[in-house]
Design a protein around this ligand. Structure first.
Ligand code: CP
Ligand code: NVA
Length: 303
């Protein structure tokens, strides 16, 4: 594993190894067991979109591993004035040990990896959010003690989260049912990947998708960059909400996850959000541990 660009690139074994290391790093942090797995290493963190969790968990994570993070707003880099990604990649490779990038186009992340000489980590694109899904799978495993055979129901937009969850869940042997309105399905490349699995379904009715689910997942109706579509999307997604009524169709010990930030009373009711706050904020915490594991795997001296 040289980079983390999208879930599609990871094998089941690689996912399991990351989750196992993430569990170990979480345990070691809790018990204040010292380690310096990335002593002296520098991670550049390029942000073209806003972030709370990704920015803070990567910066705190690299510091806890003995290295340091550099926050690089794309507005302040020459990239923001049009310097090509190919040149940025080659320059940053001379200074840094790894790059985390949050941007719009998946292709830009792939180009950064192609032209640079250091590991690249995708911190979210319009197409995928692999760091989030690794933290999600870690959280499911903590609550359910396994992944294989569990059913995850995703309600909402066929966006970066739906794409990465579909690939991640299927790779680890979970079932996934997506409930997305017409016109908001995941892209064809994700559907093509999923069609080889018999434990995938895409339906329009959230109640169908929720039947006997072990995990229910949702995300905002309008992702970053779609601000002009908010009103149109609010109409299209009406009814695509994680509510008590929906959870009645799931297993009695269902857990609810949300990548955050959440819009209460849109994709999730305030009541469900508060009742399932333990899971949702453990999930947010696990971004830290999962990403530390990714950085150690990619930037560590044995990698
Ligand atoms: N879930 C997530 O990626 O959060 P941020 O946008 O705050 O980084
Ligand atoms: N789908 C959301 C996820 C935020 C973490 C977005 O892209 O804005």
């Amino acid at each position: 594993m040289k980079h983390l660009l999208k879930m599609l690139d990871l094998s089941k074994t690689e996912i399991t190894e990351i989750l196992d290391l993430a569990d170990r790093l979480k345990y070691e942090k809790k018990h204040a067991i010292p380690h310096n797995l990335l002593k002296g290493k520098t991670l550049g963190m390029i942000f073209e979109k806003s972030s709370t969790r990704t920015r803070v968990s990567f910066e705190a994570g690299i510091y806890q591993l003995g290295g340091q993070g550099l926050f690089l707003s794309s507005q302040e880099l020459q990239m923001g004035r049009g310097e090509p990604i190919q040149d940025t990649a080659r320059v940053l490779s001379r200074y840094l040990d790894g790059i985390m990038i949050r941007t719009f186009k998946q292709d830009d992340v792939e180009k950064l990896a192609e032209f640079g000489e250091i590991p690249v980590i995708n911190g979210l694109t319009d197409f995928s959010h692999p760091c989030q899904v690794l933290a999600d799978l870690m959280t499911v495993r903590e609550y359910k003690n396994k992944l294989e055979g569990l059913k995850l129901c995703y309600v909402g937009d066929g966006n970066n989260m739906a794409n990465s969850l579909t690939v991640g869940c299927l790779k680890v042997g979970m079932s996934i049912s997506l409930a997305c309105p017409d016109g908001y399905h995941p892209p064809q490349s994700v559907l093509d990947f999923a069609k080889d699995y018999n434990n995938f379904e895409l339906v329009s009715d959230p109640v169908n998708a929720a039947q006997d689910a072990d995990v229910v997942y949702t995300d905002v109706w309008a992702s970053m960059g779609m601000e002009s579509e908010v009103a149109q999307r609010r109409a299209a997604f009406k009814g695509y909400q994680v509510s008590h009524d929906l959870l009645k169709h799931c297993k009695s010990d269902v857990i609810v996850l949300h990548c955050l930030p959440a819009k209460r009373e849109e994709e999730i009711t305030a009541a469900v959000m508060e009742e399932h706050a333990n899971e949702i904020f453990d999930e947010a915490e696990n971004r830290l541990h999962a990403q530390k594991a990714v950085m150690v795997k990619l930037m560590g001296d044995d990698s």
